[in-house]
Write a protein that binds this ligand. Structure first.
Ligand SMILES: Cc1ncc(COP(=O)(O)O)c(C=O)c1O
Length: 383
């Protein structure tokens, strides 16, 4: 048999797997991969166990169990003041990644173009390619990681079918504001262009900033798949439960793909999450404070190091510049740092299609205990 001709020849082992293996080899602290080193709520775990022990173990309805769809609609109303239909506009997904894949496949046809902003979450590009589309990468501006509106306007043409935004932004921690959403609307309103708004870090935003959800922009929302992830909101990334909100016509197409990808999402998790949302509606408004405290502990611990701390307005990622420490490229520097200091980060070049020449920035995840964050500060002071 000949080898399968790869549909994704450029995709190899992810940088996260490489860096995590390196962390194990050197017994280093792994701040590379983005997940908390603490568990979510005991109540949430208890509720999921309850449902497992009481027979909620068969397939859930394809769009989600009704109590969860309703709880999500209530949460959206509470957070953004908008009303979305739990039955017609919300679909529970197996993580935001699966929702992203279904949304991309719902709109991208052969030779359509989709615009993503680099650095970008790594699942967008392969999903676009597998749908037969072409991924057009536009770099965010250097240092502050904002959208270059001129470049975006020049990149839009008659083949452009989709734009993907992500705020708060992984890996940079930058955020969009409501005037950005209006600019985007002005650029696409007269064209057949859809939007995916990756809002998985919607509740992790700092310094009193308000998350500029597409839910606030009624016209843009008419064109948008909004994705969120319970993994991020409830510290349970391994559960892989998220949801997609989109207008009815778009949701219909989304569900056609969703049902043949997974059909539905884990039943006991969905019931447990519904109970959690209903019992602790304040959780989402408390999350910014929770993670801001971690960000501040980490930034404080990093003060006496030679790393340069970049702005961080949201997510649980902190970018640091190391041009005052080394001339190595980002990948080599991460290897060197693991061996030298016992701390693992991620080169942000791995989030670019065309890495920025000479950029010397790596990403650390601060969703860790205060002890771990302080220990990292101690280790990095020696570098
Ligand atoms: C920007 C972004 N989008 C989507 C996801 C995927 O979320 P999930 O784990 O729910 O699939 C992640 C996870 O790291 C992310 O950082």
């Amino acid at each position: 048999m000949p080898d399968i001709e790869s549909k994704l020849p450029q995709v190899g082992t992810t940088i996260f797997a490489t860096m995590s293996a390196l962390a194990i080899k050197h017994n280093a602290i792994n701040l590379a991969q983005g997940f908390p080193d603490f568990d979510g709520s005991a109540y949430l775990k208890e509720r999921v166990c309850h449902y497992i022990n009481n027979g909620a173990n068969q397939y859930a309805p394809m769009p989600g169990v009704p109590v969860l769809n309703q709880a999500i609609a209530d949460k959206i109303h509470l957070c953004y003041g908008t009303d979305v239909s739990p039955t017609e506009e919300i679909t529970v997904t197996s993580g935001a990644t699966q929702g992203l894949f279904a949304a991309i496949h719902a709109v991208i046809r052969l030779d359509d173009e989709a615009i993503v902003f680099d650095p970008a979450y790594d699942s967008y590009d392969p999903a676009i390619e597998l749908a037969g589309g072409k991924c057009v990468h536009i770099p965010l501006t250097e240092e502050v990681f904002a959208i270059d509106w001129q470049m975006l306007a020049e990149s839009i043409n008659e083949r452009t079918r989709l734009i993907i935004i992500n705020s708060p932004h992984n890996p940079t921690g930058s955020t969009l504001n409501t005037s950005d959403l209006e600019k985007l609307w002005q650029l696409i309103k007269d064209r057949e262009i859809y939007l995916i708004s990756d809002e998985v870090y919607e509740h992790i935003i700092f310094d009193g900033l308000k998350h500029a959800s597409v839910h606030y922009h009624a016209q843009l929302a008419e064109r948008t798949f909004i994705l969120s992830s319970f993994g991020k909101t409830y510290h349970m990334t391994g559960w892989k439960v998220g949801y997609c909100v989109a207008p009815l016509k778009m949701t219909r197409e989304f569900r056609k793909i969703h049902q043949f990808l997974v059909f539905s999402t884990s039943t006991p998790m969905q019931y447990g999450l519904a109970d959690m949302i209903n019992k602790y509606p304040k959780h989402t408004s408390e999350l910014p404070g929770f993670y801001q405290q971690k960000r501040d502990v980490f930034r404080e611990a990093m003060q006496a190091t030679r790393f340069k701390l970049l702005e961080c307005s949201g997510t649980y990622f902190q970018l640091v510049g190391y041009s005052g420490i080394s001339h190595l490229n980002e990948f080599d520097f991460c290897h060197w740092l693991t061996e030298k200091a016992g701390v693992v980060g991620i080169p942000i070049s791995s989030f670019y299609q065309s890495p920025v020449e000479g950029q010397k920035i790596i990403r650390f995840c601060f969703a860790k205990s205060s002890e771990t964050l302080q220990k990292v500060g101690e280790l990095l002071r020696k570098v």
